[in-house]
Design a protein around this ligand. Sequence first.
Ligand SMILES: [Zn+2]
Length: 571
Amino acid sequence: MAEKVFKRTLVTSALPYANGDIHLGHLAGAYLPADMYVRYLRLRGEDVLYICGSDEYGVPITLTAEKLGITPKELVDRNHAAIRDSFAGFGMSFDNFSQTSRAIHTETSQEFFRDMHTQGLFVQKSTEQFYSPSLGRFLSDRYIEGTCPVCGHEGARGDECEQCTSTFNPTDLKDPRSVLDNKPLELRPTTHWFLPMGDWQPKLEKFIASHPEWKDNVRQYCRGYFEAGLKDRAITRDLDWGVPVPLPDHEGKVFYVWFDAPIGYISSTREWAQAQGDPEAWKTWWQSDDTRLIHFIGKDNIFFHAMMFPAVLMAHSGDWVLPENVPANEFLNLEGQKLSTSKGFAVWLPEYLAKFAADPLRYTLARNLPETRDMNFTWEGFQARNNSELGNNFGNLINRVFKFTGKYFDGVVPEWSDAMMTDLDRKALADVEALLEQWAGHMERFEFKAAVDVAFQAGKVGNGYFDEAAPFTTRKSDMARCGHSLGVSVQILRVLCLMLAPVTPFAMEKLWAWLGMESDLWRGGWDEGTRSIPGGRRLGESEILFPRLDDEVIQPEIERLQGLLGTDGQA
Ligand SMILES: [Zn+2]
């Protein structure tokens, strides 16, 4: 089969749930890798659109809102704005960041439901569910409390007991009560719509078999589901906070979030198109055969992105693109422990950004991406990456080249030429060029950790070259040689700037400007970045790009997390 030629790439990151802040685990999963990929494609001058938004429906949102005494809409608007702002501070470069509680999403997801319902693709089933006579509504698991059927603990949640860690059906609870008013509940029949996933299994198996290049964790996960046989999945719930089911006599029924949330990618793209003044432009991204769709997610979302959403796209009568890849990451641990948001054992992005710059975190996370297995973030590791890698490896080289050129060549790139090339010069340039090529290969294959490692190697090549060419010595004996070595060093910085741009964009945008580059880094900067910088060009004033982080600022962060650990050392 001939390789498919794509004209554009549509990238999505899993919609963050608008029930709280973003933490490091989220960033390492679905966000930083996607942003690096998108920035890489923009650097190459590719046509790329990066779509996201917040996922705003479901029971946890209504529970939080009720606790705070505000409406769910007030809660999600507040959280949406906070998430949007901290993502911006971290350098996430979405083209559009929408909300699933907006009208355009109601319209889009209801259209999907109507289309599939008209084709008779859903089944309706009756089940028994807890109903609160005092509140006049059905309650789902998280609203239900009772006595644990296993250990007798009185505050067991709807589906699990924190005391003895048993899990069960809410109907097994003794004395079921509502967490909202502590009044008793009764079982009543209710009907729901289901998507019979089994009907789509043959097509889905074929679809996933056609992508042997997908990551092993994703393919294995899907295989496990196929072996067990895909089951009917509920797509509606009894709740008043959600997209209403667009059928008569369905009051109080909304879409289950996992039916509507992935459709949010489409709604967000429609919103983007409207903002461009070209409301139909979204179709080019979602309904053209030559669009490459890539979903970046954490491993907990594989089912919905590799199976359920593709089934919905196949089922709808329109002609939709299916994901070309679903690069799912494993989890990030913190100081050797599993993150626990309920215990506050996490590093929250807004708190991080109040104290530190985005680039060192992006770099450290990129060095530790849980691409094939769970990884660990430690503050000590963060400090070491910042000081010894960003500071000593990259920052120091950049600083030395600019300072020297400023001091001895008036800030102008010295004349350097083929005629003056030594083996040392040629080898250094050839090495970084070869590393740049390797780097691009890793970026294309979603191997971001390996890509950053290659950039690090290139930094070492640059430092090794500078030390050996020793312009600090030759300036006393041979000014032309000194200038030539600096000219060669400037070329190395130019290549480093390309390799670091997706991971430390804030610093590299500065370096790009200091190097006197004319093109927009994010609109095909690659072209200019792979051409030599001639002697005679005036460079900008440099500054320290990656300041050192001392123990005084790192230690309190370590202590805060240690304070959250129990006497058994567990979070
Ligand atoms: Zn129990």
